[in-house]
Structures are given as structure tokens and as C-alpha cells.
Design a protein around this ligand. Structure first.
Ligand code: HPA
Ligand code: ZN
Length: 336
């Protein structure tokens, strides 16, 4: 076994928690084509190669355009179930023990798909993953920040029958020009309901959006957050408060947040004492799941096992999971 193979198989065995995963971003090209046929949806692609050829992104928006187009094939609760369970199986094979799953209700409601359809499919897949291979999962209901805050508030009210099934609310989609402050009232309402809060910030948007999310949305973690590195005072704040950052290395390369992985601020973020976790974001679009992200970092940065154990433990500590599960997973990581 050469070094790379040995590292990869150890990384696969390391118990991992994924905190930043959009379930709509797990739609693999073959499944997109299959669901399009099953549901009679027209796609501008003849085959898997044509889908792959379209996946060349210049920035976040060029990805989002395809991401919203891709989700058009999702129509029934069986579609959402099959999508989610297929990803959970792949993640399980990558050694992922727990996932906090983000989903974008507004991307579906506007197409006439009901919350009932969405929750029926996702909750069944989550129960199946638990029963079939012992994976724990939780749900993060994410708002589209490029739509009006009133729409987000309406979705939050509409989701009332499922509040017990949701761990948190999140905020995603086009970041620039849609600062966290826009959603202060929605997040205050989520807090009053007892929901935890996360938000994308500092992916394409400026470092000020990270501070804004902490100050006005009272989030318990920041999704991406990589542009914090441009602001020393913000780095100190994130370090002192040990705010978990859900970093997505391959996503950042695919969306040109960095030119190449070797240029990524991850090593600097770790050196600064930040509470970093590794995640896949939209694995079907960005070149792979959790193991691909961990392996790419091993190659680019040459991190040792202790660093990966720390990254994995950071994720387990920040995940929405029961305390007894957290304790067991932390012990497994320490012994890996
Ligand atoms: N950023 C913003 N919105 C998103 C992303 C992302 O990486 N993935 C899916 N929606
Ligand atoms: Zn994301």
C-alpha cells in the first residue's frame, strides 16, 4: 500500500460529521436524467457527459443557475427520498457518521411542491439511513437570501407542523448584496421558536457579513466564513468565541473563491486557532463528497492524522446531535 492509499483508507475509517451539505446539491447527473425521465421534465442535456460539461463555474451565481435548474426534476416525496438516501449511502461509504442536512424549501414551493411532499421524502430517508446503517441526521431549513425577507418569514410560519423535525434555520444563495441584517426579524422569530441558527457568510460576501451574522442573527456557527482571513480583528473574535466554521474546500475551488486548493486559507485558519470543520457543500457539482474533500486537503496541505482528528472532532462537537451520540463519536475519533 503506498502512502496515498494508506492515508485515504485511514481517512475513510475516521468517523466524520458533515455540517454543510445542501441536499439539492447531491443530485448526481445520472439521477438528474433518471428523475427527468420519470417525471417528464425537459432538460437541456442529452447525457451524463453533457451535464458534466455544463459544470464549469466562474462564481457562485453561475453555479446557482444550474443548481436551481437541476432541482426542477425533483417533484414527488419519492424523489426527495431517493435523492437523500442515495447521498446518505455514499456518505456512509465515505465514513460519515452524521449529517446536518440543509434544504431549500423556497426552491421547491415556487414550483408547486408542498412542504408536506418535501418533509415526507426527507424524513423517510433520514429514518431509513438510521435504521439501515446507523447514520444520524438533522435538518436545517435554509432561506434563500436573494428573495425578500417576508418570503422567508412566510416559509418559517408554514413549517410550523414540522418545527420538532428541524434542528435549525440557515441562509444561503446569492450572498453579495444580501447582507445578514436583511433577515434579523426572521432569525429572531426562529430563535423564539427554539430553533438554532446558522448562516452562509464570507464565501463571496465580505468579512463584514460574518460579523453581521453573529451580531444580528445570533448564529451558532458560520457556513464557509473563509473570507474572515482578510480581517485580523474578526479572526480574533472567531477564535476567542470558538465559532465553528463549516469550510468547503472543493466548493471554494470550483466557485473560484480561491484559484487552487494550495492557495486556500485553511492552513492559516488552523494556525490562527479557528474552529474549522471540513464539508462538501454540493458534492454532485463540486467534484466529490466528504472523503474527496479530506483527501484533497491531505494532498494539498500534508496534514497529519492529529490534524484530521481535530477537524473531525470539531464537526462532531458543533453538530446538531444527541449528547450520548456525540460522546460515542468523539471516543471513536480519539481511538482512530
Ligand atoms: N453558497 C450559497 N448558496 C448555496 C450554496 C453555496 O455554496 N450551495 C447551495 N446554495
Ligand atoms: Zn453552502
Amino acid at each position: 500500500m503506498n502512502n496515498d492509499t494508506a492515508t485515504e483508507s485511514w481517512l475513510a475509517r475516521l468517523p466524520k460529521a458533515e455540517l454543510h451539505l445542501h441536499i439539492e446539491g447531491t443530485l448526481e447527473p445520472q439521477m438528474m436524467l433518471d428523475l427527468a425521465r420519470r417525471n417528464g421534465v425537459r432538460l437541456p442535456y442529452a447525457n451524463v457527459e453533457a451535464v458534466h460539461a455544463a459544470y464549469r463555474f466562474d462564481n457562485l451565481q453561475s453555479f446557482l443557475d444550474l443548481y436551481y435548474q437541476g432541482m426542477n426534476v425533483l417533484r414527488t416525496s419519492a424523489d426527495f427520498h431517493d435523492l437523500a438516501l442515495a447521498y446518505f449511502r455514499r456518505a456512509h461509504a465515505d465514513g460519515v457518521a452524521h449529517i446536518d442536512v440543509m434544504f431549500d424549501p423556497q426552491g421547491h414551493l415556487k414550483r408547486g411542491i408542498t412542504l408536506q411532499t418535501l418533509f415526507d421524502g426527507l424524513l423517510q430517508a433520514m429514518a431509513d439511513a438510521q435504521a439501515e446503517f446507523g447514520m444520524s441526521t438533522s435538518l436545517i431549513l435554509s432561506f434563500l437570501r436573494d428573495l425578500p425577507a417576508e418570503d422567508a418569514m412566510a416559509v418559517l410560519e408554514q413549517a410550523k407542523p414540522w418545527y420538532d423535525s428541524i434542528a435549525a434555520v440557515g441562509l444561503d444563495s446569492a450572498e453579495r448584496g444580501n447582507p445578514p441584517e436583511k433577515f434579523a426579524a426572521v432569525y429572531a422569530r426562529a430563535k423564539s421558536i427554539g430553533l438554532a441558527r446558522t448562516a452562509h457568510a464570507g464565501e463571496e460576501g465580505p468579512p463584514a457579513y460574518i460579523g453581521g451574522a453573529l451580531d444580528t442573527l445570533d448564529v451558532c456557527r458560520i457556513d464557509h466564513g473563509v473570507r474572515c482571513i482578510e480581517d485580523a480583528a474578526l479572526v480574533a473574535r472567531l477564535r476567542d468565541a470558538q465559532i465553528p466554521l463549516t469550510v468547503c474546500p472543493l466548493s471554494n475551488v470550483a466557485l473560484r473563491v480561491v484559484d487552487k486548493l494550495a492557495d486556500h486559507p485553511l492552513p492559516a485558519m488552523l494556525a490562527a486557532g479557528l474552529n474549522v470543520t471540513l464539508n462538501s457543500d454540493d458534492p454532485a457539482y463540486f467534484g466529490g463528497g466528504m472523503l474527496a474533500n479530506f483527501s484533497a486537503c491531505a494532498q494539498a496541505f500534508g496534514w497529519n492524522r492529529e490534524t484530521f482528528r481535530t477537524l473531525s472532532a470539531n464537526a462532531v462537537n458543533a453538530a446538531f446531535m444527541p449528547e450520548d451520540r456525540r460522546t460515542k463519536l468523539l471516543a471513536k475519533i480519539a481511538n482512530c
